[in-house]
Design a protein around this ligand. Structure first.
Ligand code: NDP
Length: 435
């Protein structure tokens, strides 16, 4: 608290983990007196750097770049890069901290990291994006490597940005290695990686629903965001027979009472990924839908909610409204979208609630599979990767039950994910000594 009190998002993420992990440490002799959590909250290394670049007008712009190398006890640092004006040390440390536990949960050998820049990609030309990505990698390249630190995408960093950064890394290092994940298929990418986070979140929710004899079939689903995670969460939910009612961006949300079907979703993907437009444009194409400016979709009646936009986008009041409207399952596609107050409401009412570090781990897990394919110089089929992704999500669900099932049968997925993630990393840290 003394050292990090000025970093609210980081403190929020640490507190949530500490609440469940400290009692576990106290009950288990081997973790006692080792200051293990104190070591885990301090990043192994924080890199901050200047990113100077030239915009289309010829003016020099300066952004701040970051890479947080949080924990390498069980593998090379691994985690996304975020380009968004809100990016700061607190947000990246919270994401890097969560990533350590998430990566541990995937069963794959990956440490935790996160990075990015306070750069706003909105309204920038392709050339500006390229120049920024090249400038960013002109510094980052000396800190990362396929056996050291392997970044991926996150908010504002998709296939286009990964391409520009990979090109620059390859040029500077004169080597073609799997230093980034989320690469294009023809140059080392993995099938299913674009779909993985959204699909994985729905697979996880499917397992949760199963514990109550339920499924996605015929359910009403409300989704926030309209980026990578939201798009593929919607796609998989539709495939499983659910009706997807909403999508959103930071300006507002659209509600389609008839459901966003495959064809409408294809339009959204074109709109967001190619034209880089706003979700409000959906109603120009589908006028029967409504657009609510400046609002989040949590007031709509639904069975299942999948928050897939950003941190702290669903608060206590939203949580109450969702429950009043009949929602009984919330699986986080984004990182920490529910505030602590919202999580408390979900837990009090004993609905199915999965924290992002469990339910959105499919993305990084598939990045891990991309690293394996790169190392082996092979490419697995779509079915093979999807099957592995499914299996990993099931394993994560099992781990949550193992450490999170209460005597009354309620599964506390927050506790389960935190402890399962903690145990593997803590054991590795103890084995490696004080380093
Ligand atoms: P994208 O950049 O593809 O999409 C982000 C979406 O969220 C956009 O619709 C964006 O709207 C919206 N959004 C961003 N910031 C805000 C905000 N402050 N308020 C409201 N809406 C906002 O990112 P991703 O889909 O990749 O990431 C979404 C979430 O999922 C993040 O929390 C990320 O950390 C998490 N995640 C992503 C993984 C991945 O594989 N991509 C893996 C695991 C977690 P707008 O265009 O208006 O900004």
């Amino acid at each position: 608290e003394e050292r990090n009190g000025h970093e609210p998002e980081f403190m929020q993420a640490v507190k949530e983990v500490a609440e469940t992990v400290i009692p576990y440490i106290k009950e288990h002799e081997i973790y006692n007196g080792k200051n293990i959590l104190l070591r885990m909250v301090e990043p192994e290394r924080v890199i901050m750097f200047r990113v100077p670049w030239v915009d289309d007008k010829g003016d020099i712009q300066v952004n701040r770049g970051y890479r947080i190398e949080m924990n390498s006890a069980i593998g090379p640092y691994k985690g996304g890069l975020r380009f968004h004006p809100s990016v700061n040390l607190s947000i990246l440390k919270f994401l890097a901290f969560e990533q350590v536990f998430k990566n541990s949960l995937t069963t794959l050998p990956m440490g935790g990291g996160k990075g990015g820049a306070d750069f706003d990609p909105k309204g920038k030309s392709d050339n500006e994006i390229m120049r920024f990505c090249h400038a960013f990698m002109a510094e980052l390249f000396r800190h990362i490597g396929p056996n050291t630190d392997v970044p991926a995408g996150d908010i504002g960093v998709g296939a286009r940005e990964i391409g520009f950064m990979f090109g620059q890394y390859k040029k500077l290092k004169n080597e073609f290695t799997g230093v980034l994940t989320g690469k294009g298929l023809s140059w080392g990418g993995s099938l299913i990686r674009p779909e993985a986070t959204g699909y994985g979140a729905v697979y996880f929710a499917e397992s949760m629903l199963k514990t109550r004899g339920e499924s996605f079939t015929g359910k009403k689903v409300v989704i926030s965001g309209s980026g990578n995670v939201a798009q593929y969460a919607a796609e998989k939910a539709i495939m499983l027979g659910a009706t997807v009612l909403t999508l959103s961006d930071s300006s507002g949300y659209i509600y389609d009472a008839d459901g966003i079907d495959e064809e409408k979703l294809a339009y959204v993907m074109e709109l967001k990924n190619v034209k880089r437009g706003r979700i409000s444009e959906y109603i120009l194409k589908y006028p029967q839908a409504k657009y609510a400016a400046g609002k989040t979709p949590w007031g709509e009646k639904c069975d299942i909610a999948l928050p897939c936009a950003t941190q702290n986008e669903l608060d206590e009041n939203d949580a109450r409204t969702l429950l009043e409207n009949g929602c009984f399952c919330v699986a986080e596609g984004a990182n920490m979208p529910s505030t602590p107050g919202a999580v408390e409401v979900f837990h009090d009412r004993k609905i199915l609630f999965a924290p992002g570090k469990a339910s959105n781990a499919g993305g990084v897990a598939t990045s891990g599979l991309e690293m394996s394919q790169n190392a082996l110089r092979v490419g697995w089929t779509r079915e093979e990767v999807d099957e592995r992704l499914r299996k990993i999500m099931l394993d994560i669900h099992d781990s949550c039950i193992k450490y999170g099932k209460r005597e009354d049968g309620f599964i506390d997925y927050v506790k389960g994910a935190n402890i399962a993630g903690f145990v593997k990393v803590a054991d590795a840290m103890l084995a490696q000594g004080v380093v």
